[in-house]
Design a protein around this ligand. Structure first.
Ligand SMILES: [Zn+2]
Length: 265
């Protein structure tokens, strides 16, 4: 991804960076980054998704598997924690927000070292539009895991060190609020960031059908009237307005080669 990426820029297979997305719940991957996942897969890049909450033997996991099949993002990689607001998501497991931080980072480092992505995508610092506490915590754990994965002395039993070159934080700029009016009317929360923070605006219009199909594959979320359910009721034009652009803030985890300011004694 670069700044102002459009469909016309789609690079040839082999040039597009591999991408590991890390999101809190089954459906976040499709809602927040479904277009970029489909776009990178279409360009021949390796893509995968780690999901922090819900257990592998739940209906939500089966829906996630279907969404990832549509997006070409492999099979679910689930950390297996409980959703902060849904204990049935992982019976007997700790809530993600209450799990020991070191343990959560270790589990994610193992996926980063195994998949070896060039780019990691996750929630922004305030947890995307909804600001859900699981989203905020997924951001924190991902930022720590991306740093730790590159250091051989940390979690040595999880595999050889691997340093992703960039993290892209899925977000929405203040200027997108008019395009989100259908969400506002439905009373949804609307956490957005100043436009100057955005470093990549991605037109995912060419992959809108795939993204929409992946969102709607989360059938229990459609049925209970969560965001996929609202999207299911919208006319095509409103869906396009809501889903055809994705915004990201790039974060570079390592700047070792940049000019450094040394502390003076
Ligand atoms: Zn979520």
């Amino acid at each position: 991804m670069g700044s102002k990426v459009t469909a016309d820029d789609a690079t040839a297979a082999g040039d597009t960076p591999s991408l590991l997305a890390v999101f809190a719940h089954p459906d976040d991957e499709s809602l927040a980054a479904g277009g970029v996942l489909a776009r990178h897969t279409a360009a021949g890049a390796r893509t995968a998704v780690v999901t922090a909450t819900w257990a592998a033997d739940t209906p939500r996991a089966a829906e996630l598997a279907e969404a990832l099949r549509i997006l070409g993002a492999g099979t679910p990689r689930m950390l297996g924690y409980a959703d902060a607001r849904a204990p049935q998501s992982a019976p007997g497991s700790t809530r993600f927000c209450e799990a020991p931080l070191d343990e959560a980072v270790r589990r994610l480092v193992a996926h980063v070292r195994e998949f070896r992505p060039e780019i990691v995508v996750t929630h922004d610092a305030h947890g995307g539009l909804t600001g859900h506490s699981d989203h905020v915590h997924t951001h924190r754990v991902t930022m720590l895991a991306v740093q730790a994965a590159g250091l051989e002395r940390l979690y040595p039993d999880t595999g050889a060190p691997w340093q992703p070159s960039a993290v892209y934080l899925a977000t929405h700029p203040h200027s997108a609020v008019p395009a989100l009016s259908d969400l506002a009317r439905a009373g949804k929360a609307m956490h957005t960031v100043p436009d100057k923070r955005i470093t990549a605006t991605v037109d995912v219009g060419p992959w809108l059908e795939q993204k929409l199909a992946a969102v709607l594959a989360h059938r229990t979320e459609v049925a209970r009237g969560a965001l996929p359910g609202l999207i299911a009721t919208l006319p095509a034009q409103a869906r396009r307005r809501l889903l055809s652009t994705e915004w990201y803030i790039r974060h570079d985890p390592v700047t070792a080669t940049a000019a450094r300011t040394e502390p003076t004694a």
